[in-house]
Design a protein around this ligand. Structure first.
Ligand code: GLN
Length: 491
C-alpha cells in the first residue's frame, strides 16, 4: 500500500469512506510527516496537533455512529496564515500581528468544519501576502521541497510546499496577483484562483480587496475541485461574494476535450520566458489538442501593462487596508515609548516602523503616493482605466475561445535570495498571473513537466468568470502529463 502522501485524493477519500482508513490515522500520519520535514521546509508556522486529532476523532465517531459525513470525509487541511481561526495565532507573516488570536473563524474555516475537514495548522506566507517567494515572512523563508536551495514561490509558498511534500493532502491559499498559481507551479501541485466573488473573504486579512480570492491547493485536480466545492458560495458577510449557484465541481472529468476551444497568446512567449518552460507548456497545449481541443491565437493587447497596473492598484488598496495597524486600534505596539515626552505620532511611527517589514513599507509608500492629491489622477485613476482595458481584452478573447492556456510564470523556482534585492525582478515573476486578478477571472496552475534541473513547471489555464468547471476539465486532461513528473523527492 503506498504511503498516504503518495495517494490520490480519490483513493484517500474512498479509503476513509470504506472505513479502511480513519481520519485519526491519516491526521496522525500528517503530523508525523510535519514533525519530520517541517524543520527543513518551514512550510507550517504553527501546528495545532491536539485540536486536529480531536477533530479527526469527532469525524471518526460520526462515521462509527452511522451519521452522514461531510464532503472532506476527515481529510487534513492546512491554511495560509492570513485566514482567521478562532483562538489560533494568525500572523499574516508579520511581526505586526505576532500576538493576534482572532475571536472568530473565517468563512472558509467554517466551511471546512461543516464539511468535516480537519485543520492541522497555519502555513507560511510572504508578509501580508506581498511577495512571490515567501521570503518576506517574519517567520523566515519556506523552502521548495523539490530543491531546498530554491524558493517555493509565494506568497502562499507554505501551502504549496506543504502539499508538494505530502505534509497535508489539501491546503488553502490566497491569490491577489498570482500567489496561489505561481507557488503551485514552482512546487508541482495544482492551485486555483477562483472567480472574484466565488469564495467569501470574510476572515481573510485584507491586502488588496478588489483583487484577492481564496483558493485550493491539492496534489491533483480532483482534490482542488473538491476543496473549491467546499469553500464556494454566497456569504452575506463579504459583500463582494456572489449569490449564484455553485455547480457540482466534483463531477467525473470526461476523457475527451472535443469541442473545447483553447486560445494561446503570442505575447506569452516573448522576452524573459525560459526555454524549458516554453517547451513544456507548448507540449502540454499540444496534448490538449490531441485530446480533441482546438487551438487558435487570441490577442490580449493590454496585458503587457498588467504588472504596472497591478503595482499601482494593489499598493493603493494596501495602504488603505493596512492603515488600521497603528499600535492602538490593531497590531504591534512599540515598547519604545515614553508617555511624558513622546506624542501619539511617535507611537504610530515606532509601532509601524517595528511591526512592518521592508516590502510592506515599500507598498504602503507606493500606494500612499499613488493616492495622494495631485497624483491620484495620473496614477491610480489611470491604472483603473487600464484595468478596464485588460478586462475588455479578455471579454473579446473569450468570444472566440473557452479557455486561454499559457505559462504560469516565466521561470521555474528561483533560488532563495536570488531576487530579494531586486523588487522589480520579483514583481515580474507574476507577469502571466496578474491579469486574471485585474479581470476577476479564474485561473488554474497544473503541473506539466520538469526542467533538466528537476524543478516543476506549471501550465496556466484561464477562463471567463464562473467557468471554473471548464478549467477543471481541461486541467484534468493536462494532468495526465503528471506521470512524467513523478513524486517530489524530499525526505
Ligand atoms: N506577488 C504579488 C505581490 O507581491 C502577488 C501576491 C499575491 O497574490 N498575494 O503582490
Amino acid at each position: 500500500m503506498p504511503e498516504f502522501y503518495e495517494q490520490s485524493t480519490d483513493s484517500l477519500l474512498r479509503a476513509l469512506q470504506a472505513g479502511e482508513l480513519t481520519s485519526r490515522t491519516l491526521t496522525a500520519a500528517c503530523l508525523a510527516r510535519i514533525d519530520q520535514l517541517n524543520p527543513k521546509l518551514n512550510a507550517f508556522v504553527s501546528v495545532n496537533a491536539d485540536a486536529a486529532l480531536a477533530g479527526a476523532d469527532a469525524v471518526d465517531a460520526k462515521r462509527a455512529a452511522g451519521q452522514s459525513i461531510g464532503m472532506l470525509q476527515g481529510l487534513p487541511v492546512g491554511i495560509k496564515d492570513n485566514m482567521c481561526q478562532a483562538g489560533v495565532s494568525t500572523t499574516c507573516g508579520s511581526r505586526m500581528l505576532d500576538n493576534y488570536r482572532p475571536p472568530y473563524d473565517a468563512h472558509v474555516v467554517e466551511r471546512l468544519d461543516a464539511e468535516d475537514g480537519v485543520v492541522v495548522g497555519k502555513l507560511n506566507m510572504d508578509e501580508f501576502a506581498m511577495g512571490s517567494s515567501t521570503e518576506t515572512s517574519a517567520s523566515g523563508p519556506t523552502r521548495n521541497p523539490w530543491d531546498t536551495d530554491h524558493s517555493p514561490g509565494g506568497s502562499s509558498g507554505g501551502a504549496a510546499a506543504a502539499v508538494a511534500a505530502g505534509l497535508v493532502p489539501l491546503a488553502l491559499g490566497s491569490d491577489t496577483g498570482g500567489s496561489i498559481r505561481q507557488p503551485a507551479s514552482f512546487c508541482g501541485v495544482v492551485g486555483m484562483k477562483p472567480t472574484y466573488g466565488r469564495v467569501s473573504r470574510y476572515g481573510l486579512v485584507a491586502f488588496a480587496s478588489s483583487l484577492e480570492q481564496i483558493g485550493p491547493f491539492a496534489r491533483d485536480v480532483h482534490g482542488a475541485a473538491l476543496l473549491l466545492q467546499v469553500i464556494s458560495g454566497h456569504d452575506q458577510r463579504d459583500t463582494t461574494s456572489v449569490d449564484s449557484e455553485v455547480p457540482d465541481y466534483s463531477v467525473q472529468h470526461s476523457q475527451s476535450l472535443a469541442g473545447l476551444r483553447i486560445g494561446i497568446v503570442d505575447q506569452h512567449y516573448g522576452e524573459g520566458l525560459d526555454d524549458e518552460v516554453e517547451a513544456s507548456v507548448r507540449h502540454a497545449i499540444a496534448g490538449l489538442e490531441s485530446a480533441g481541443a482546438t487551438v487558435s491565437t487570441v490577442e490580449l493587447p493590454h496585458a503587457k501593462y498588467s504588472v504596472a497596473t497591478y503595482y499601482l492598484i494593489a499598493p493603493s488598496e494596501a495602504s488603505s487596508n493596512l492603515a488600521r495597524y497603528d499600535g492602538i486600534h490593531y497590531g504591534h505596539r512599540t515598547e519604545n515609548f515614553d508617555s511624558k515626552n513622546d506624542g501619539l505620532v511617535d507611537l504610530y511611527c515606532r509601532s509601524r516602523g517595528e511591526g512592518f517589514g521592508a516590502e510592506v513599507k515599500r507598498r504602503i509608500m507606493l500606494g500612499t503616493y499613488a493616492l495622494s492629491a495631485g497624483y491620484y489622477d495620473a496614477y491610480y485613476l489611470k491604472a483603473l482605466k487600464v484595468r478596464r482595458r485588460i478586462r475588455q481584452d479578455f471579454d473579446k478573447a473569450f468570444a472566440d475561445v473557452d479557455v486561454i492556456a499559457g505559462p504560469v510564470a516565466p521561470t521555474s523556482a528561483f533560488r532563495i535570495g536570488e531576487k530579494m534585492n531586486d523588487p522589480l525582478a520579483m514583481y515580474l515573476s507574476d507577469i502571466y498571473t496578474i491579469s486574471a486578478n485585474l479581470a476577476g477571472i479564474p485561473g488554474i496552475s497544473v503541473p506539466c513537466g520538469l526542467t533538466s534541473a528537476g524543478l516543476p513547471i506549471g501550465l496556466q489555464l484561464q477562463a471567463p468568470a464562473f467557468s471554473e468547471m471548464k478549467l477543471l476539465q481541461a486541467a484534468a486532461m493536462a494532468e495526465s502529463a503528471r506521470e512524467a513528473i513523478g513524486a517530489c523527492p524530499v525526505s
